[in-house]
Design a protein around this ligand. Structure first.
Ligand SMILES: Cc1cc2nc3c(=O)[nH]c(=O)nc-3n(C[C@H](O)[C@H](O)[C@H](O)COP(=O)(O)OP(=O)(O)OC[C@H]3O[C@@H](n4cnc5c(N)ncnc54)[C@H](O)[C@@H]3O)c2cc1C
Length: 471
């Protein structure tokens, strides 16, 4: 690294926007506190041109760059390595709304916009920006795109990839690709936008995006439903899919074990359903037309589910505040697990048709090999997405349990995932956490293709090296 790199960067950004020494501390550890790295500097640019100049300068100095948004990712993708030779490029100052196009129903935003503020700005204009997840108060749109984030509305609106029409990206060579078109059809060759989405900062730095907006629903009804087993849970999902079709906007599953932990850490999050059922399902229906229609539909579907013996209890939220409380129960599952200790997480998807068999078989294997271990299983079940997390038996130290069992438990679960035709990362990505798992489970041909893409777009390995794939 040339001696004058920090001075060069200060000349580009101004001295206040090149953080060094202890000013870097808040940027060095990930949200789960699983990874802590070191860095030469944290850079805080506020324009695409500044980012392009930084990339050229760092590339010339052979210094690699770790892009960072809200730093809420679960795979250590935005955390530098421990060499102290990388720079962090945090995009929080790139937070302008460039355009709201009412007729095209799109919003053009910079990568550092906080997700929740995008939702609020859209709502002020009468639109829904449907991406929604527990970290929405701090994650940023660039991070959402780079991880192809999912969240609670995927069932109806798709994941971040489905919501994006165009991108502006700084390439590994420091060129600016202006792909900020708000087109719903564009078959002009390779899908560059699709390539950068989900690439976790390894192929380019996303600086702005054109995102889709939708009409705000006028009516939303939320209900909690008790189910006794996983086959009934899937049957309830299929019933809602068949009868509510596109009005079904949320279908989340929470197990008794995971809710028990939530109440331990957040006593106000008690389950309003009777007798703490084995499975609590949160269902949301939304409608753009009539308030009464959706309420009646919800009641009819619930009545059928009771008649079919699928449901033992249900509570419909009577007002917005109660609906928010139901959603908070769901969102506090992650926070409660973080407070309890760093459990072994598996963010997986399984085809819905294989989900029951996967859960029954995998639960049995975990119980057999790790007696007393707690399976803290919950997820966006409508998408086949499970957060299949394993915590030590009550009273056993997390660190010791993880140290002794982490690899074997990951291997067991990922072999099951492969056996049932699933994916080892549903929505959180790969980062540094699952680098080896991707190599083992993606398939040799797919893995080589991914390496070839990285090699072609970033041959000097300047952007987020050793995340997703190593070349
Ligand atoms: C409480 C909680 C709940 C969560 N719930 C969900 C959920 O339901 N669904 C879900 O999908 N995720 C969830 N997450 C994970 C996380 O919030 C998402 O992965 C989110 O999209 C990360 O955004 P970020 O801005 O924090 O990105 P960061 O963590 O800063 O970065 C993530 C990755 O993207 C890269 N990156 C960041 N910005 C850019 C950019 N502008 N250009 C190129 N690369 C970039 C980074 O290098 C890194 O590899 C949750 C996290 C928490 C803490």
């Amino acid at each position: 690294m040339p001696e004058h790199l920090i001075t060069d960067l200060q000349n580009i950004l101004g001295i206040n926007y090149v953080l060094i020494n202890e000013d870097m501390i808040p940027y060095l550890t990930d949200w789960r506190k699983k990874f802590t790295g070191k860095a030469l500097a944290v850079l805080l640019p506020n324009s695409t041109e500044e980012i392009a100049t930084i990339v050229k300068t760092c590339s010339k100095a052979s210094v690699s760059i770790v892009p960072q948004g809200g730093h809420t990712g679960f795979c250590g993708g935005a955390t530098p390595d421990i060499s102290g030779k990388q720079v962090i490029l945090n995009l929080k100052r790139m937070n302008q709304v460039r355009q709201i196009d009412v007729e095209n129903q799109t919003i053009t935003i910079e990568a550092g916009c906080i997700l929740q503020s995008v939702q609020e700005i859209a709502a002020q204009q009468g639109f829904l920006f449907p991406l929604s997840l527990g970290a929405e108060g701090s994650c940023m749109i660039g991070g959402n795109l780079a991880t192809n984030a999912g969240g609670t509305n995927v069932l109806r609106y798709g994941n971040t990839r489905d919501l994006c029409l165009g991108l502006e990206v700084v390439t590994a060579q420091g060129e600016i690709w202006d792909g900020l078109k708000g087109l719903r059809k564009d078959n002009t060759g390779y899908d560059l936008r699709g390539l950068f989405i989900g690439s976790e900062g390894t192929l380019g730095i996303i600086t702005a995006a054109v995102m889709k907006l939708y009409p705000l629903p006028i009516s939303q009804w939320t209900t909690l439903i008790a189910a006794s087993d996983i086959p009934s849970t899937i049957a309830i999902l299929n019933l809602f899919q068949k009868r509510a079709t596109s009005l079904l906007t949320g279908f989340e599953m929470m197990t008794h074990e995971s809710l028990k932990l939530t109440v331990k850490h957040f006593p106000k999050m008690a389950n309003p359903l009777k007798n703490d059922p084995p499975f609590t399902i949160l269902v949301e229906l939304s409608d753009h037309e009539s308030e009464d229609h959706v309420r009646k539909l919800l009641e009819d579907i619930l009545a059928q589910a009771f008649d079919d013996g699928l449901v033992s209890d249900a509570v419909i939220a009577t007002n917005l505040s109660q609906a928010n409380t139901f959603w908070q129960m769901r969102e506090h599952l992650t926070l409660a697990q973080a407070q309890e200790g760093a459990n072994l997480k598996h963010d997986i998807t399984i085809p819905l048709s294989a989900l029951s068999a996967f859960i029954l078989e995998t639960d049995a294997l975990v119980k057999k090999h790790y007696p007393g271990a707690r399976i803290l299983n919950f997820g966006h079940l409508g998408d086949g997405n499970l957060h299949y997390n394993i915590a030590p038996p009550e009273g056993v130290d997390y660190l010791a349990f993880n140290m002794n069992n982490e690899k074997a438990i990951h291997d067991l679960i990922y072999e099951q995932v492969e056996h049932f035709g699933g994916s080892i990362s549903a929505e959180h990505g790969i980062g540094q956490l699952k680098l080896a798992d991707l190599r083992n489970h993606k398939g040799a041909v797919a893995h080589e293709l991914m390496k070839a893409i990285k090699q072609a777009l970033d041959p000097k390995n300047t952007l987020n090296p050793n995340k997703v794939v190593s070349i």
